[in-house]
Design a protein around this ligand. Structure first.
Ligand code: NAP
Length: 466
């Protein structure tokens, strides 16, 4: 039999997930000297994962990453299967029949919990739900956020918390020319939100946001930014962390926060209060959230390992809307091992493991491999590293018995599943762009799978790439 990766027997890889780590893995595979075929599976009819459904609509430059992914998708040996859920429409064992290697790049679709009383009351939401809602993700269109509230508290100070704060703080005019959904724009136009509290459990040096994101907060049309200079007084360990020569982003964050603290409020309609050293301990409320009880923290431990410790001093901050933005979490897929404590697929250098044993032919990349950290570009090197592991393992990979993409399609169709090709996605894409034109937006997204399939029924198909 011809060797895997030869012209007569290309290496066949199934990639689960069409976000950045999936596309970077496809790119790394196509850049090798091998003959490779990639079948990429995506639960939604639309590709690009967080670039479409997570990146904030007003971050145009990051949204443009999708163009690089489109280029990868044009490779003749790339096949997109949108609208296919692995673990439901196809099992991992099914995939093994058609692919020599399976690479999970399915990200982190759920959110971490705070584990405090009141967390599940109405009015308390995971930030990821709000992000999915304003970005038109079909899973979150039925969510309702009570924007008639004047005070909103956002827990956590990562870039997701920054996105949520910014979307709440911006005027509708600042969002109108983005691809935020019309539904979200209409709801935000009625927003009564005035006081936005962005609360971090540790200090300004440990904050997870990045300089570009914090700087934007100082340039909002109708929202003052409020920082208490007492929060910027550092203990010795934080000063050491700040002074580390390669900690440029921390030094920049600090300089921006100092400038904010020195500002006088300009009397704008909204205020964004950036607070440090406070942890939520309870969300009181009978029918719904009425407040957040925050406990003042102090930092303990050596530099770079400082933890927040409660001082017992508490404050009750009245508010009717809370967003918990303390990180994403992966979700299991039947047929693959899952590490419940970390919310990832256990792995060694991207090779999926079960009780420390490497499972031949199963790989992971991106957030499901290493946890939900790092900006989009970080996934490029991470996916490359997993592809390197596949290449090292190549002589030991068991060739699959049915190495044909068309057979995957036939199996899906026999099960009544309607897989979406990349060409079909491009028709959905063109229809969204067309809908957006009249409103001066880059696109008006379809927000349900039904609407997307309807578009395909109405628009003519070009020749398919199989
Ligand atoms: P993140 O960067 O990990 O931030 C999580 C935040 O939650 C941290 O401030 C963390 O504080 C806090 N936290 C965790 N557990 C907590 C608890 N029990 N109580 C209170 N606070 C708690 O996560 P993220 O914001 O979800 O972002 C995920 C990744 O996506 C990041 O790498 C981010 O940079 C990236 N991203 C980038 C952009 C962009 O480039 N514009 C936009 C969105 C997301 P501690 O530090 O104390 O743990």
């Amino acid at each position: 039999m011809a060797a895997l990766g030869s012209p007569h027997r290309p290496l066949r890889v199934a990639i689960i997930g069409s976000g950045p780590s999936g596309f970077y893995a496809a790119e790394a595979l196509f850049k090798t000297d091998l003959h490779v075929e990639v079948d990429m599976f995506e639960r939604l009819p639309t590709p690009f994962g967080l670039v479409r459904g997570g990146v904030a609509p007003d971050h145009f430059k990051i949204k443009k990453t999708a163009r690089a992914f489109e280029k990868i998708a044009r490779h003749e040996s790339f096949h997109f299967f949108g609208n296919v859920t692995i673990g439901r429409d196809l099992s991992v064992d099914d995939l093994r029949r058609f692919h020599d290697a399976i690479l999970f790049a399915c990200g982190a679709e759920s959110d971490r919990k705070l584990n405090i009383p009141g967390e599940d009351l109405p009015g308390s939401h995971a930030a990821t739900e709000f992000v999915g809602w304003y970005n038109g993700h079909p899973d979150y269109q039925d969510r309702e956020f009570d924007l008639s509230q004047e005070a909103v508290v956002i827990i956590g100070q990562g870039n997701v918390a920054m996105d949520v704060s910014r979307i709440l703080a911006k005027t509708v005019d600042e969002l109108r020319d983005t691809d935020i959904t019309e539904k979200a724009l209409d709801a935000l136009a009625e927003s009564k939100v005035k006081e936005i509290y962005l609360v971090g459990r540790r200090g300004p040096v440990q904050a997870a946001f990045t300089p570009h994101e914090i700087k934007e907060m100082g340039a909002l049309a109708d929202c003052d930014v409020v920082v208490d200079s007492r929060d910027l007084i550092l203990n010795e360990a934080s000063q050491i962390e700040l002074n580390k020569p390669d900690h440029h982003h921390r030094q920049k964050n600090m300089a921006i926060l100092e400038e904010f603290a020195a500002r006088k409020p300009a009397g704008k309609s909204r205020r964004l209060h950036i607070r440090f050293f406070q942890s939520p301990v309870k969300l009181p409320g009978r029918e719904r959230v009425e407040a957040v009880v925050l406990e003042k923290n102090e930092l303990v431990g050596p530099p770079y390992k400082q933890k927040a410790r409660g001082t017992g001093i508490k404050e009750e901050l009245p508010c009717g809307l809370v967003f918990r933005s303390v990180g994403y979490r992966g979700v299991p897929i039947e047929g693959a091992p899952f590490d419940e404590s970390e919310g990832v697929f256990p792995n060694q250098d991207g090779r999926v493991t079960d009780a420390e044993t490497i499972l031949s032919g199963l790989y992971a990349a991106g957030w499901i491999k290493r946890g939900p950290s790092g900006v989009i570009g970080v996934n490029k090197a991470d996916s490359q590293a997993t592809v390197n592991s596949i290449l090292e393992d190549l002589p030991r990979l068991l060739p699959c018995p049915t190495p044909y993409t068309r057979r995957v399609r036939e199996l899906l169709e026999s099960r009544g599943v309607r897989p979406i090709t990349f060409e079909e996605w491009q028709r959905i894409d063109a229809a969204e762009i067309e809908r957006g034109k009249a409103k001066g937006k880059p696109r008006e997204k379809f927000t349900s799978v039904e609407e997307m399939l309807e578009v395909l029924d109405k628009t003519p198909a070009a020749t398919q790439n199989e």
